[in-house]
Design a protein around this ligand. Structure first.
Ligand code: SF4
Length: 188
């Protein structure tokens, strides 16, 4: 059932702060200008370019393809996948650092594509602001186990447990001004 599916785009957010997933759900249909900070907006515009299929017209490229995995209960969208090169790329406007959650998101996209019948032999991030490609390793067996454990903890996260926010993260969180767990002010 769809409600059991995890959105791939929330995997990194969950690692950043599990409570942000709750807020994400609460504000899902809200005017995004209420909380989207500049870096996030730039990231979104990068994605919209792909979504609108302006970035390339090459026929073997699948862009903004909705993907899902029944095995993992995941759903989302890929950025760019080359059928010929079996190559999956996720574009980001800026990548000062790559977080484990972002790698999980890329792996998740690859798992979905594979389950849908596409081969994936290479995966990478592409930083738009510097035109830099950053290759990422495909998951090993051990990585897959860790990924599955991570999904399990995501699914079984208990919002009623005591929660102690990391105020340093709150200052950089898109939900900072709307979150009941912090009195921090947003810093970008
Ligand atoms: S403001 Fe802090 S506690 Fe609230 S969602 Fe963001 S990081 Fe989590």
């Amino acid at each position: 059932m769809e409600e059991d599916y995890i959105s791939i785009s929330t995997l990194n957010d969950f690692i950043f702060c599990p409570y942000s997933i709750y807020l994400h759900n609460v504000y899902e249909n809200t005017d995004e200008s209420l909380f989207h900070a500049t870096p996030q907006t730039q990231g979104r515009i990068a994605h919209e370019t792909v979504d609108e299929k302006k970035s390339s017209t090459r026929k073997d490229l699948l862009q903004a393809l909705p993907v899902y995995s029944e095995k993992y209960g995941l759903m989302g969208k890929i950025d760019v996948y080359s059928v010929k090169e079996k190559y999956l790329v996720e574009r980001k406007y800026q990548l000062r650092q790559i977080y484990q959650g972002q790698i999980y998101q890329l792996w998740a996209q690859a798992f979905c594509l594979q389950e849908m019948g596409y081969d994936v032999e290479r995966i990478a991030f592409y930083e738009i602001s510097t035109k830099r490609t950053i290759p990422v390793n495909l998951p090993t067996m051990r990585d897959v186990e860790r990924f599955e454990q991570f999904l399990h903890s995501f699914r079984h996260y208990d919002l009623t447990q005591p929660f102690f926010p990391n105020q340093n993260k709150c200052r950089h969180c898109v939900y900072c001004n709307l979150c009941d767990k912090t009195t921090e002010d947003n810093v970008y």
